[in-house]
Design a protein around this ligand. Structure first.
Ligand SMILES: NC(=O)C1=CN([C@@H]2O[C@H](COP(=O)(O)OP(=O)(O)OC[C@H]3O[C@@H](n4cnc5c(N)ncnc54)[C@H](O)[C@@H]3O)[C@@H](O)[C@H]2O)[C@@H](O)CC1
Ligand SMILES: [K+]
Length: 218
């Protein structure tokens, strides 16, 4: 049984839908109070902090990290996390699904800031077999259908000792329907979601992952 708790011990907000989350983000951006890029930075920082809190052994810069980055803003969070973990001395390899040049603007800016050449997901298995930490930044609340078999096969190449972290929602889960679309989902040990739990998170915790709900300034 995994636990669901807030990153900083604040009160847990009530469950909200993906739609409500998008509305909250849109309102904060429209009001000028926040920008999409700031929200993304906060999301990436929250995941980084939750990782270091759960596995302090990574705070010394020891460890190999693989980040799987998707075609949307969940992928954008992954690029922020890659930068933040590299700043902490960890060696981070990033594999992208889709063409990074077609990322939405905030995600594209974070991809470009990394300065990496983009490596396709199909090249990930070699690195995944020896990674100490794997971060699923493929899909979050924007998942619209089940994962393809080749994505499922990539998940199968992770080594037994890899700590597995999902950004916002483990890819494959429908955040609102609280079910896995299709046949596969990222087998997360830790899930870090933003602002408030979505309907899927209680079931994900019941199935064994620790779920952290982090503020991103909304
Ligand atoms: N301002 C924002 O929008 C923020 C977004 N954030 C992150 O952004 C995520 C939402 O971003 P998006 O709305 O871009 O959605 P996602 O990044 O979850 O995925 C959307 C993209 O994946 C494609 N897709 C969906 N299902 C697919 C499948 N099965 N196979 C292949 N492609 C598929 C969609 O066409 C779309 O291009 C959140 O989960 C969160 O991680 C956070 O950074 C907070 C701020
Ligand atoms: K994810």
């Amino acid at each position: 049984m995994g636990r669901m708790k807030t990153l900083d011990g604040q009160r847990m907000r009530d469950v909200i839908s993906a739609e409500q989350m998008r509305a909250l983000e849109g309102d904060a951006i429209a009001s000028g109070r926040m920008s999409g890029k700031l929200l993304m930075e906060g999301a990436g920082l929250a995941v980084t902090q939750a990782i270091l809190a759960k596995w302090p052994e990574f705070s010394g810069g020891e460890g190999s990290v693989v980040i799987l980055a998707g075609p949307g803003n969940n992928g954008g969070d992954g690029y922020v996390i890659a930068r933040l973990l590299r700043e902490r001395g960890l060696s981070v390899e990033v594999f992208s699904m889709g063409d990074p040049k077609r990322l939405p603007p905030d995600a594209l800016a974070n991809f470009q800031q990394l300065g990496d050449v983009s490596r396709p997901l199909t090249e990930a298995p070699h690195a995944l077999g020896r990674a100490d930490l794997v971060i699923d930044a493929l899909f979050g609340i924007g998942l619209t259908r089940g994962l393809s078999d080749d994505v499922r096969d990539v998940f199968g190449t992770m080594g037994p000792s890899a700590r597995k972290v999902a950004v916002d929602v483990p890819s494959g889960w429908d955040a609102d329907g609280a079910v896995v679309l299709g046949k596969a989902a990222f087998p997360a040990d830790l899930v870090v979601t933003f602002h408030a739990p979505k309907p899927a998170h209680a079931e994900i915790a019941r199935q064994g992952a620790d779920v952290i709900v982090a503020d991103i300034g909304l």
